[in-house]
Each structure stands twice: as C-alpha cells, then as structure tokens.
Design a protein around this ligand. Sequence first.
Ligand code: GLV
Ligand code: GLV
Length: 328
Amino acid sequence: MARVVVTNRIPASGLELLREQHEVIAWEQEQPPSREQVLAAVAGADAIVTLLTDRVDGELLDAAGDQLLVVANVAVGYDNLDVAACESRGVVATNTPGVLTDTTADTAFGLMLMATRRFGEAEREVRSGEPWRWGMFYLLGTSLQGKTLGIIGPGLIGIATARRARAFGMEIVYSGRSPMDPAAEAELSATRLATEELLARADVVSVHCPLVPQGRPDSTYHLIDAAALAAMKPTAYLVNTSRGPVVDEASLAAALRDGTIAGAGLDVYEDEPTIHPDLFDLENVVLLPHLGSATHETRSAMADLAARNALAVLSGQEALSPVTRRTT
Ligand code: GLV
Ligand code: GLV
C-alpha cells in the first residue's frame, strides 16, 4: 500500500478509487489548507493529488521526499506545476485533459453570449430595482450569426468552442503554435491565420492556449497585451477561459474603458482571486470566478482521471495523461 496525499477536498468518487488500493490522507475541511499545511501533509507521500491552487515546486516536492512517484493535478492547465523540477526528481506529473473539454467550451460560449448580448449588465439592471421597460433601443447587443470567431489555441477546448460557434452561424479562424487537427479543421471550415491577422479579422477572440511562463520561447504570458488589443476591431469582444496571465489585465481594462474593443468575458485573472479594480467599474465586461469546468459531472470526472493517473504510476504503469512541457 502506498501513501496518497490529497491536498484539498475532491469529489468522493476519486477518493474512493484511491482508497480501494492505498492509504489515503485527504484534506477534509471546507477551508483550503495553507501552504504550510500542504507542505506538512505531503511528507512521506508516494503520490500527491493537487489542485490548480497548489504551487507544485521544488520546495513542495522536497517536502514530500525521495519516495514521491507522481503528482496528479486535477486540472488540464498545469502552469502551477514546475515540470522541470518534477522531471529532475523523476516524479511523473499528470493533468486531466479531455474530461473537461465540453464544460469549459460551454463556459467560453456562455461568456461570449453574455458579453455580446449584455446579459450581465441587463441582469444587474433588473436587480437594481430601478424601473425598466421594453424598448426598441433598450440594451441592444451584437448578433453572433455571420460573425467571425478567432480561436487562439486550437486544442480540444478551442475546437469544442468553435463547434458551438458553428452551430450559431459563425465563421472560424484560428491561430496557434500547431495546426488544428485536420478532421476538426475540415469539419469547422476553419482557416489558420497568423495571430496578428486573426486579431484584426475576428469579431470575437477566444483564448484557449495554456499559460507558458515568461522567458520561454513559446511563452504566452501577456500574449494579449495593449498592442494586441489595439489590433482588434473596436466592435470586437475578447473571451478568456484559459489562464489570466495570458491577458494583460491592466491593458484590457484600459481598452474596455477607452472603446479600443467593445467588450470582454473573463473567467480567469492574473492574480486570482484578486481582480484588477478598474474592471469592476465597467459595464462591458462579464466577470466569472474561474468556473470553466465547474459542473458536478465534470469535477467528478476530473477527480477520477487524476486518481487513475496516480494509481497507474503507483502500480508501475504509464500514466494515462502525463504532462509534457507544453500542450497546444
Ligand atoms: C482549470 O482551469 C483547469 O485547468 O482544469
Ligand atoms: C488543452 O489545452 C485543451 O485544449 O484541451
């Protein structure tokens, strides 16, 4: 029996999978643990199950000890993992791709609708208690039909978002380090563009690339900066369900205030749970609290996949979804 430490609360099905085979030490409290509590808890672990709010770095890996075999992150994004630190200690790191694709694409599309149709602003108006009435020119938004969606990062979630957009009558363009899967590209009639060209053409830009930190040649940190926002149409919208630091939040707030772009829908932020204060004053931005994969079904599937990854490595097999230095 190995020792599996689960740093935070996760859905029961994932814990049960682990408990069938191993000793499981799981954080049970509603309130998340402090960094110190995580460092203390992982001591002696053969496997650690982490959330995106855990910073998995050399310090944490060393706190676990040399026997550690696997860190199973319950998220598709793994910018919270120091992959090189894992590799240098022979620790396998895993993520949860695939199981949250549709749920996250739903979030991206929901933000797109909310932003373009001003649903957040409208709901705030109704709840304000001020009288409202139907009007020919009351709270008019922008139609998606016939417009162009620009997908930055044509991975599984980008493709699933584009599929929803096609059902709404949108055209698809995309940019990314690699081309889209050819079958998906054909199905979506998607056109690959350079990112600068995509920014100039798209009516909605939706970001689906991973966060790759500064200083790497393939870095996506502040990929959407002031210049990128200026390259967009003044009628265009930005949607981000990937990771906050891919967008320069201060520049975005300025662009939304100055009319450089028409609006935005955000699920992620540069310094969660802090949000740039200027964004709160703007009606043309929708702010969600990182709900991309937040359904009962999907969170259970993520926990199960993380558990299966840990179990595979503990039994000497290949992980189901090991992380590489970067996904699409
Ligand atoms: C959520 O943000 C994830 O990466 O799974
Ligand atoms: C991974 O980044 C995905 O798009 O699923």
